[in-house]
Design a protein around this ligand. Structure first.
Ligand SMILES: NC(=O)c1ccc[n+]([C@@H]2O[C@H](COP(=O)([O-])OP(=O)(O)OC[C@H]3O[C@@H](n4cnc5c(N)ncnc54)[C@H](O)[C@@H]3O)[C@@H](O)[C@H]2O)c1
Ligand SMILES: [Zn+2]
Ligand SMILES: [Zn+2]
Length: 391
């Protein structure tokens, strides 16, 4: 089959690879009908997250048709069924899965010994996301093997097109969880840093959850326009001071809730000297993560407020202001998304027409164009916001 394969830094190719097969009774094989490139894939493209190996298949946002099931799937999934695949592989049976903490499933990381060493305790297996999370082949491919398939799926009705349900596997529940972690009240201002696909889903989720106002921060005009169309007030951080503007919009008090939809690759600019320092330290391997956005959020957040972090961080970040965080009594909530905790509710909201997540798609191409689209998405060429691939 054809698949997008990681060969090294900024080197992803569309290769012919061996077709996946059932390896375990709980597996299923899915013929991928649609998959997407995620902001998290860019961190792998840039080789910022360790433990990728040449030959690894990329992709963790995908859906398709079940073409084969193992004997242990026990009727929970049948050939011909249409499913979205959550990026988190879940067993459905361990203590964490039972508590709804699916992204930290205790069972599915088949390289648990690595994650135990690096994280203290292992987290869930993820598709196409390094050997720290199991080294499972991803879904930017014609076919994907779904381990623990009896639990690891979201069944979707035939009536809805792929584009409306595909993002149930990652960015839609990610934006939703980011907003849910803020415990939004009708009096809250929610500020969202980053208007990429995750920021866009966070903005629309915060509005659906009844925030008083949502403020969106970025520098890319078409991303800011999309945020505005979703109901946000926008701040272009190239043009104005984020801190001053957020204080103006909140009677000098700061937003109660702050969402970091950027993660370890915050934009580097001489106007924010700490970003230059972070980039330098990153190149010298003195720190992994550029923490500019964390610093800005902790500084401007209203005392007693919440910092919600869906943005991915990989290791160690410097100069995170613990004194400010502690004295202001801020709450930090973060995590890889517990996808299946949210998807029944979100599918219902799609079916009811409350939201159509396909609004974020700007490019739909074949799998062969995938390697080029990594660059287009990374460089925001051609007004690119979200790429869907049709294998
Ligand atoms: N927690 C999860 O489970 C989960 C799931 C999916 C994605 N993510 C993460 O969410 C993050 C965003 O993903 P995405 O797909 O939207 O990526 P993206 O790269 O398309 O978007 C990031 C946006 O941040 C903007 N930005 C950069 N620096 C900024 C700054 N200082 N202030 C304001 N905006 C700034 C960029 O211009 C860009 O539009 C990534 O770190 C990704 O890994 C996490
Ligand atoms: Zn993702
Ligand atoms: Zn589990």
């Amino acid at each position: 089959m054809r698949a997008l394969v990681w060969h090294g830094k900024e080197d992803i190719r569309c290769d012919t690879v061996t077709d996946p097969e059932i390896e375990h009774p709980r597996d299923a094989i899915v013929k991928v009908t649609s998959c997407a490139i995620c902001g998290s894939d860019l961190h792998l493209f840039h080789n910022f997250i360790p433990a990728m190996l040449p030959g690894d298949i990329m992709g963790h946002e995908m859906m398709g048709e079940v073409v084969e099931v193992g004997s242990g799937v026990n009727g929970k999934l049948k050939k011909g069924e249409r499913i979205v695949i959550p990026f988190t592989i879940i067993c459905g049976e361990c203590e964490q899965c039972k508590a709804g903490n699916f992204s930290v499933c205790e069972t599915t990381n088949r390289k648990k010994y690595l994650a135990d060493k690096v994280f203290g305790h292992s987290t869930a297996g993820l598709f196409g996301y390094t050997h720290l999370t199991g080294g499972y082949p991803g879904g930017q491919a014609e076919y994907v093997r779904v381990p623990y398939a009896d639990a690891t799926h979201i069944r979707v009705p035939d009536g809805l097109p792929d584009e409306e349900v595909l993002f149930l596997g990652d960015i839609f529940p990610t934006g939703w969880q980011a907003a849910m972690q803020c415990d939004i009240k009708p009096t809250d201002t929610v500020a969202v840093w980053g208007c990429g696909p995750v920021g866009q889903m966070s903005i629309r989720s915060a509005i659906l959850l009844g925030a008083k106002q949502v403020v969106a921060i970025d520098r890319i005009p078409e991303r800011l326009s999309m945020a505005e169309a979703g109901g946000a007030i926008t701040i272009d951080f190239d043009e104005e001071s984020v801190v001053e503007r957020l204080n103006e919009l909140t009677n000098g008090k700061g937003p109660e809730k702050c969402i970091d939809a950027i993660g370890l690759e915050a934009h580097v600019t001489p106007f924010q000297p700490d970003t230059i320092l972070d980039r330098t330290k990153q190149m010298l391997m003195l720190e992994n993560d550029r923490a500019h956005v964390l610093r800005e959020m902790i500084y401007v957040c209203r005392p007693g407020g919440t910092i919600s972090i869906p943005g991915v961080y990989s290791g160690f970040a410097d100069k995170v202001p613990m004194g400010m965080l502690m004295n202001k009594g801020l709450t930090i909530r973060t995590g890889q998304t517990h996808v299946n905790r949210w998807t029944d509710d979100l599918l219902r909201r799609i079916e009811e027409g409350q939201i159509d997540p396909s609004f974020v798609i700007t490019h739909t191409v074949g799998l062969e164009a995938g390697p080029e689209m990594y660059k287009v998405f990374r460089d925001k060429q051609d007004s690119c916001i979200k790429v869907v691939l049709k294998p």
